[in-house]
Design a protein around this ligand. Structure first.
Ligand code: FAD
Ligand code: DLZ
Ligand code: SF4
Length: 514
């Protein structure tokens, strides 16, 4: 009889519709899942993220066992745990003498490299299987990107709509006659805009054990551990999806960019953590949103906007990541070197908008896209924070963060550190944008209408200084002519005052006074 295949499942691969599970021999093969410090501490993960993954891993192992599979589950405090994935694979190989070892390709470059090195040390062959949860393979993305001068998400997305026949008419045109309804999706918050009620899942014995473990083993970890409401099984994640489709999706488009104090979620889905960990499949989520539109339950601007994030952005950033790594992580096109200010961790700053986004992050391991992009990301861009330090922060603090998706969003979308590969223009904005799209400024020590002086909103002078610093690069950008026309109209005195003010903000930042 053939020996077993050792089937390794990583913490963000908790799906059953994967070749690694489909091809398993129940009588013979063994699945390996391992909680290890190397993964739990390679960045300073939010404690909710660690608890979510450990609990979801334990529930997944339980589901595999109930389905008749053999599982070797190594808990963080088990005797002999080597605390690294390599170490646990080698230990399992020693104990089980498998004929082969199989793993689904990991989501991060460092692990992919690690597995290539491990291959040489293993006495059995290692098969790295494709991750078929994604809707565009590496080869398909490369074929799409190959002869293009510029990689633009919008064109990638149109191809994906055609390929998966999502929101398409029988004549091959997009439903509604347009690919994109974003013009209807940028409404400022109306008075009283709040988050509809969200699900909160009962904590079972597994989750309670994990919370206790995380409390004990990560006492200095970042973030608030409880209350802990996350779904930790596929069944619960499907309930979260049902809830989103039924009650929240219809309003997704209109207020997608709005921000409100004390309301971290608004009309966002909160599904990224579940999709990325494997509890939900991206295609099923898109199909549910399309069905909601076709049933007349959700308007087209909501369904299309939502689907674009998953079928478009999510697949596109993954394609960019794998096509340009490892060089992508080293980019710093805007030559930004300011260290990450401590308030990104502590939340202690006089800027109300930053305080708000940072407190959502600390409390929930979540803040919605516009807060990530236009508050914490925008500040990092304007202040010239070091891209690597900012990247490590984003990778740590969100429950949905894995490098394949976080890095292009940070380096490319938020910081323009890739020189415009991912986004054609920088997402830079002054206090006026934040004032229009949120209610944050009402509780701020600064005034968004002032650019110079004691109460000047830091986003204002930093914005102009950023544009002036990078004039050579951005004045050639066809999407930004109005910026430099406005700057030139100001006159030398005003320009000098703004640049001095920006310097004063940087000094205040370094001295912890901002
Ligand atoms: P919704 O707003 O409800 O969007 C629906 C879904 O679309 C999300 O669940 C997600 O799967 C997908 N999606 C939306 N925007 C993007 C995007 N730009 N890239 C990829 N997928 C997208 N997303 C992550 O999943 N992990 C990260 O680590 C991450 N880091 C980010 C860092 C920065 C600086 C920025 C600007 C964005 C980042 N994003 C990341 C993208 C986006 O902000 C999150 O996917 C989203 O906020 C998750 O919340 P949600 O599930 O409520 O999303
Ligand atoms: C994020 C994470 C954490 C916190 N812990 C583990 C773990 O103990 N074991 C594991 O297999 N995976 C963990 N992960 C997820 C991995 O870091 C993830 O698979 C890689 O980052 C690739 O995306
Ligand atoms: Fe943020 Fe400026 Fe508004 Fe304060 S005034 S909340 S710093 S945009």
């Amino acid at each position: 009889m053939a020996g077993p295949v050792l089937r390794v499942i990583l913490g963000d691969q908790l799906s059953t519709r994967l070749d690694i599970v489909d091809g398993a021999d129940k009588a013979n093969d063994v699945f390996l899942l391992a909680e290890v410090m190397a993964e739990a501490s390679y960045v300073r993960h939010h404690v909710k993220k660690i608890a979510f993954l450990f609990s979801a891993m334990r529930h997944y192992a339980q589901a595999l066992r109930s389905a008749g599979y053999t599982v070797r589950y190594v808990a963080l405090e088990d005797d002999g745990n080597t605390q690294s994935l390599d170490g646990e694979i080698l230990r399992a190989v020693d104990a089980l003498a498998p004929d082969r070892v199989a793993v689904t390709e990991p989501g991060e470059w460092r692990l992919r490299e690690g597995f290539e090195a491990l291959r040489l040390a293993l006495p059995a062959p290692l098969d790295i299987l494709p991750d078929t949860r994604f809707l565009c393979s590496h080869a398909e993305f490369d074929a799409w990107a190959e002869d293009r001068r510029e990689l633009r998400m919008e064109f990638f997305y149109r191809d994906m709509r055609r390929r998966y026949d999502i929101l398409m008419q029988p004549d091959g045109k997009p439903v509604g006659g347009r690919w994109n309804f974003d013009a209807e999706n940028r409404k400022p918050p109306k008075a009283g805009l709040d988050s509809p009620p969200r699900l909160s899942f009962r904590k079972d014995a597994i989750t309670l054990d994990v919370l206790d473990l995380v409390r004990r083993r990560f006492p200095d970890g970042y973030g608030r551990l409880e209350p802990f409401h996350f779904a930790v099984t596929r069944r619960q994640a499907l309930r979260e999806l049902d809830h989103f489709i039924a009650h929240i999706l219809p309003g997704f488009g209109d207020y997608q960019d709005a921000m409100v104090s004390g309301e971290p979620y608004l009309r966002h889905s909160l599904l990224a953590a579940y999709i990325n960990a494997g509890l939900l499949y991206p295609l099923e989520v898109c199909h549910r949103a399309e069905a909601a539109f076709r049933d007349g339950h959700a308007p087209l601007n909501a369904a299309e906007g939502f689907i674009r994030q998953i079928l478009g952005w999510r697949e596109y950033v993954r394609g960019v990541y794998w096509r340009f790594m490892p060089d992508y992580a080293e980019r710093n096109a805007l030559d930004a070197h300011e260290p990450l200010p401590w308030f990104y961790w502590s939340g202690e700053t006089r800027m109300a908008c930053m305080r708000e986004a940072l407190s959502h992050t600390y409390d929930h391991a979540y803040s919605h896209h516009i807060q990530r992009l236009m508050i914490t990301g925008n500040f990092a861009l304007l202040a010239g924070l070091d891209p690597k330090a900012v990247h490590e922060w984003y990778l740590a603090v969100y429950a949905d963060a894995y490098e394949w998706v976080e890095l292009p969003n940070t380096m490319g979308m938020a910081l323009h550190a890739d020189g415009g590969l991912l986004a054609s223009k920088p997402y830079a904005a002054s206090g006026a944008y934040i004032r229009r799209m949120s209610d944050f400024c009402q509780g701020c020590a600064y005034d968004p209408t002032i650019a110079v002086g004691d109460r000047a909103c830091p986003f204002n002078a930093l914005y102009w200084d950023f544009m002036a610093r990078h004039r050579d690069r951005f004045s050639r950008n066809a999407r930004m002519p109005y910026v430099y026309a406005n700057w030139d109209r100001m006159g030398a005195d005003r320009q000098a005052a703004l640049r001095d003010q920006a310097q004063a903000h940087v000094v205040a930042l370094r001295e912890g006074r901002l």
